[in-house]
Design a protein around this ligand. Sequence first.
Ligand SMILES: [Fe+2]
Ligand SMILES: [Fe+2]
Length: 355
Amino acid sequence: MSEAVEIPEEHDLDTSWMENMGEWGANARPGKRGLTLADIQVGSYGDLPEVSDNMTGRPRGAAVRPEAYRVGAYSVHTLSEIWLDNAEYLYEEALQRQWSSATDIPWHTLEPLPDDVEEAECFLCTFFNEVEFVAGDVPARWIAKTTPDYLEARNVLVVQVMDEARHMDVFRKRALANGGGLMRMSGATSGFVGSIDLARDFTEMSTRLHISGEGAVLTMFRMGELFGQNEAEKTMYRLCAQDEARHVAFGVMHLRFLAAAEPERGEEINCYLDEAEGQLISGQQNPAGALAETSEALAVLLGGGMQHYDEGHKKLLVIRRRQLKEYMKRVMSAGFGERFENGRSPIPERYAASA
Ligand SMILES: [Fe+2]
Ligand SMILES: [Fe+2]
């Protein structure tokens, strides 16, 4: 005969947690692309607060725990400060299109290059290492400053940090894989690229990073078909461009959202764009330091060697013009195209006419 087991009083089950829940009965269904973040915007879980007072790290839609500590002093807690309409889609696309710098680049297509061409490629790889470092570091800082209620926008930035880590490593790998190595640092982080980190406001940062800086880098990556010397390099630039297009899209969509939600911030945004365009124009007309050396390296690659430098330089001018035009298209798409018509933009009119 078995004896009854006595449960000591301190082991009594407290199941009060079962009575504290968010909205119950959620039945999110997978769509064509599986169960995406867009598919789980069901009931109150999809409600985005215009202003978030969530300082405890509470997942959006979970029941409040009154005694929970404040864990984050989230300075970004107003929706318009960071939001964009397609955040869920950008995030899912980023997850689906992750690639490996170890196995998705046909490294076996690398072949010894003439010294000047290898040096130019290695210089460009060194420059991109510096640029990609900033492109990962800066959004990373803002992620932790953003309320968890805006998790979709945060998640896009989280994947951006992953993308930038891969960009940094793929350029490092290329520099070390073909008889060359890293060159003297370009100093890119001492100029405009470094100043991105000085932004006091998320939108200021996003305008500098996503629209201006990464926009220019995206055009360069897209032209990698022209200056890549082999399939490994062309693939590397193509895959980086694919990621970069998403980062730029974040900036454009965010600016569009903010301009519609808070038209009174239009003048402030125009000031950020004034600054970005001033840098773009001075960089194009008066190359100095990092930009001058990067331009020379690009001209060597585009020409196929020092002996065809002039030819390469002509091709580079086409890339520089394209950077401006693509930049202008993004600004127009974000809803600030007027500045190219009313004389506010420092970009010469001839570019405006052809953008
Ligand atoms: Fe990047
Ligand atoms: Fe990027």
